[in-house]
Every structure is written in structure tokens, then in C-alpha cells.
Design a binder for this molecule. Structure first.
Ligand code: SF4
Ligand code: SF4
Length: 472
């Protein structure tokens, strides 16, 4: 039975409720009156229920779809302005005891090169990332209690935060590791992590179990209840995601919104981010073996509908998506992207030879961070390397309150300009710097609060003179 307040996965992600919602969406997809009502509610920027959202996702009335896209774009602008937060993944180890059928790190893949970075190798990778200009990382590791115990992850986080190379610093480490215990989540929290990210892959229990035939990840309920345990362990910022292509996208769209609703109702804080990866080719993985692939059009619609349904949740796309695909979804709701990513273990220091492939998936967007930053700016976006909230203790419900009141923009915009300025001074090519400095000059005028504006101008001058790490 569906129960949003239940601690049991099978109740807050009720299969029956999803099926009924899908039926409701199908039945109402051309119901103009209802669609208008839902759009009217969405315009109040308070989000939508999963049932309302699926009606919009299913809608195939051309004029209404136009309205949906326009509204998503407007909500994106209202909450996130023209800023895009930058991050990079850092793969620590690809040892894994799970059997995930879509991931080359699965235990049975005997020809992939298995690697685990030593602390010295992590140091080198982090220096390479700092030299690119990154300030925010997402660390990734397979599940393997012998090779990648929690102590290894904790030590790695400590190493990452300790490295200060030239003007570089990693100021926020997000963590993407397997579902674990409350006790371990507390340890991660104490290590100073930003967001705890765990992709659900699919909410469909039966398919989930087929896709994860072996290993601890096979346990759907333990995996699905992980975010509740993470919050119990003290982590306020959690990141959800499904791997589109594994299962019917309508099912997983409904599931992820139900999960967000559960976290908000049961724990008082919705997800900090939602990621929208699609299955990619990789060693031993052929995406065509999964018959739920989605087109670029469907992908854009998903992004737009998630944006409308959960306006307070950041949305992330990775370099799994091509430049063209990323360009299309940026204005529909995406607020964070990775740039210059390497998805192999140790890939930032050394490009690995093909026969030694240790990557989790093939990257579609192979551009350098400098190219991505320049590309964003030429489209009018402000790339942001901001990590201020977590460092100012603005996490969980404190963060959500600021976001919902619209006040966060008074922090985000100036912080984006200042961290971009740091990037331009320390790492950008001359061409990128020229474009960036012009962009910053124009964006200063957008700041309406005169006091803040004065401070920003002053801080920017200090950054130019070599000082670092100003924030609101
Ligand atoms: Fe292991 Fe994660 Fe890959 Fe599954 S998806 S095989 S758990 S690394
Ligand atoms: Fe993110 Fe907070 Fe920085 Fe805004 S101020 S970009 S919400 S870290």
C-alpha cells in the first residue's frame, strides 16, 4: 500500500501507485482543462505531485508542450538565473563486487583493468584537477569492502581536502558510493562531504533485481532506503538519479518524484540534486541491449518536467551527454554540469592506453574545462565554481528555506562572478579570459543591492591582485 511516510521502500515507492499514476497520465494526456490547471499550479513555483507531473510528461498537445518548455525555462531562470555550477568526477577505484549489467565495473568483467588509487596517486589527480580550475569534485568508487572499505574513502576525502596546489583547492567533495549503514553515513558527514549521491538506477523492483543479479546491491529495499539512512546519519544534502535507458522512463520519472516527495515529507528536506544520466557504451556494455533507450526529444521533455515538478532541486548532466544534447537541456532546467571529465581511474594524470580501459563509460563531451567554460559564456551563461553554501553551513533545510524564499540568488550570483574571476585569473586561456572579463563586467550591473554590488567590485579587485576565496 502506498504510504509516503513509511520507512519501507515498497510503501513509499509503491509499485501499484506508480502503475495507477501511469494510467492516470495516459488517460489525461490530452485533457486540456486538467493540463491548464496543472500548469497554473506549477506557475506558483511550488512544484507538482508525481501524478500531476506525469500528465505533463505524457501530454502530446503541441501548444501545451510549448507552454511546458517555456515554463521550465522561466522557472530555471527564476531560481538559478544564468549560472551553471561546474564539477568533475574523480574515480578512486573500480574494484566492485556487484553484478550491475550496465556497468563495466561489474565483478564478472575479467578483462577490464582494475585500479585503485593510492593516496599519492589521489594527490596527483587532485593537483591535475586543481590545475584545470576545478573546486568541486564528486568522488566515485565501486562497492568492495576489501579493496574500498569506508576507511579508504574517508582517508581519500581527507587527502583531497588537504591539497593546496598554487591557488588551487577542492572546496567541496561530493560522494557517490554504495548504499551503506547509518553509522558509515555519520562518518562521511564528519569527514565533511557535500552531497551524498546514490543513483537508484531504476525504481522498478523486478527489473532492478534482474539488472543487479549478484552482490549487495541486489537488495532493492536496502538500496532504495539508503537516503533515509544517510539523513539519519546527519547528511542533509542527498542527490538522487536514475539511469535512463534501463527501464521504462515514465515509470522511473514517477518513481524519482515519489522518492523526492517521500524525503520532503518524511525527513523534511527534499533531494539537493537529481541527476539524469542515460546508459552509455563502455567496455563489455552495449547500450542497445537495453531496450528502454530514450530519444533526445524525450530526454528534453524529462528535464523540463523535472524542473517544473521540483523547482528547488538542482539538476545535473554529465559528459555522458554530447555537447548538442547538453546545450539543449541547459536552459530547460539543468543547473550543474561536469567539464573536462575523465571517467577512468587515474585518468586526469595520464590518458590511459586503449587496451587498459578502466573507464566507467565513454564520454560524449570530450572538451577541456576551458572549452566548456568558454562555450557556456558565449551562450550567456555564467560558469560558477561556487561551493559557498556547504562551507557556510547552509545545508539541508536551512539551504532549502533560503532557496524557497528566493534569497539565495543574493549569494549565488555574486559568488558565481567571484569564483569565475578566480578561474579566469588562474587557469583560463587568454581568449576565455577576455570573454569572461567582459561577461563579469556586464553581470555586475545585474546586482540590484548596492551594498552587495560595492563589495563584489571590491572583492573582484582583490582577486585580480592575487587574493582568493571570498564568498557570500
Ligand atoms: Fe559496481 Fe557501481 Fe558499477 Fe554497479 S554501477 S558494478 S555498484 S561500480
Ligand atoms: Fe550553490 Fe550556494 Fe553557491 Fe548558490 S551560493 S551556487 S546555492 S553553493
Amino acid at each position: 500500500m502506498y504510504n509516503i511516510m513509511s520507512p519501507k521502500a515498497a510503501e513509499f515507492i509503491s509499485h501499484e501507485e506508480i502503475l495507477e499514476s501511469l494510467e492516470y497520465g495516459e488517460k489525461n494526456k490530452n485533457n486540456r482543462e486538467l493540463i491548464d490547471q496543472i500548469l497554473e499550479k506549477a506557475r506558483q513555483r511550488k512544484g507538482l505531485s508525481h501524478r500531476e507531473a506525469i500528465v505533463l510528461l505524457d501530454c502530446d498537445l503541441e501548444d501545451k508542450n510549448e507552454e511546458i518548455y517555456k515554463l521550465a525555462e522561466q522557472i530555471k531562470k527564476d531560481f538559478y538565473g544564468n549560472r551553471i555550477v561546474m564539477f568533475a568526477p574523480l574515480y578512486l577505484s573500480n574494484y566492485c563486487i556487484n553484478g550491475c549489467e550496465y556497468c563495466p565495473y561489474h565483478l564478472k568483467n575479467k578483462h577490464i583493468a582494475r585500479k585503485k588509487l593510492t593516496q599519492e596517486e589521489i594527490r596527483k589527480e587532485v593537483i591535475a584537477l586543481q590545475d584545470m580550475g576545478h573546486k568541486r569534485l564528486a568522488i566515485e568508487a565501486g562497492e568492495d569492502p576489501v579493496n574500498n572499505p569506508l576507511e579508504y574513502i574517508l582517508e581519500s576525502i581527507q587527502t583531497i581536502y588537504s591539497i593546496k596546489h598554487k591557488n588551487g583547492a577542492i572546496r567541496r567533495v561530493n560522494v557517490n558510493i554504495a548504499a551503506t549503514t547509518v553509522e558509515n553515513y555519520t562518518k562521511l558527514k564528519e569527514a565533511g562531504i557535500g552531497t551524498y549521491i546514490l543513483f537508484q538506477e531504476t525504481y522498478h523492483k523486478e527489473n532492478y533485481e534482474k539488472l543487479h543479479p549478484t552482490g549487495p546491491k541486489h537488495d532493492w529495499a536496502y538500496h532504495t532506503e539508503a537516503m533515509d539512512r544517510a539523513m539519519e546519519g546527519g547528511i542533509d544534502d542527498v542527490g538522487l538519479g536514475v539511469l535512463f535507458g534501463l527501464n521504462n522512463f515514465r515509470y522511473d520519472f514517477t518513481g524519482i518524484l515519489m522518492h523526492a516527495e517521500h524525503l520532503e515529507a518524511y525527513k523534511g528536506v527534499g533531494p539537493h540534486t537529481i541527476s539524469v544520466p542515460r546508459v552509455r557504451r563502455a567496455d563489455d556494455i552495449d547500450p542497445s541491449t537495453f531496450d528502454n533507450g530514450i530519444s533526445d526529444d524525450t530526454f528534453a521533455k524529462l528535464v523540463a518536467c523535472i524542473r517544473i515538478a521540483v523547482p528547488y532541486t538542482g539538476m545535473i548532466v554529465s559528459t555522458r551527454e554530447s555537447k548538442a544534447s547538453r546545450e539543449r537541456v541547459l536552459h530547460l532546467g539543468v543547473s550543474q554540469i561536469s567539464g573536462g571529465s575523465r571517467t577512468s581511474v587515474g585518468g586526469y594524470v595520464e590518458e590511459e592506453p586503449e587496451e587498459e580501459n578502466s573507464a566507467q563509460f565513454d564520454v560524449s563531451d570530450n572538451r577541456t574545462l576551458d572549452e566548456v567554460v568558454r562555450w557556456l559564456m558565449t551562450m550567456g551563461y555564467v560558469p560558477s565554481f561556487c561551493t559557498a553554501c556547504y562551507r557556510e553551513g547552509r545545508t539541508g533545510d536551512r539551504f532549502m528555506k533560503l532557496l524557497k524564499s528566493g534569497q539565495i540568488v543574493n549569494c549565488c550570483h555574486p559568488n558565481a562572478l567571484m569564483t569565475l574571476k578566480e578561474y579566469l585569473e588562474d587557469y583560463a586561456s587568454p581568449q576565455t579570459r577576455e570573454i569572461g572579463d567582459k561577461l563579469i563586467a556586464g553581470e555586475i550591473d545585474v546586482i540590484t543591492n548596492e551594498k552587495v554590488k560595492e563589495k563584489v567590485v571590491d572583492y573582484l579587485e582583490h582577486i585580480h591582485e592575487g587574493k582568493r576565496d571570498f564568498r557570500f
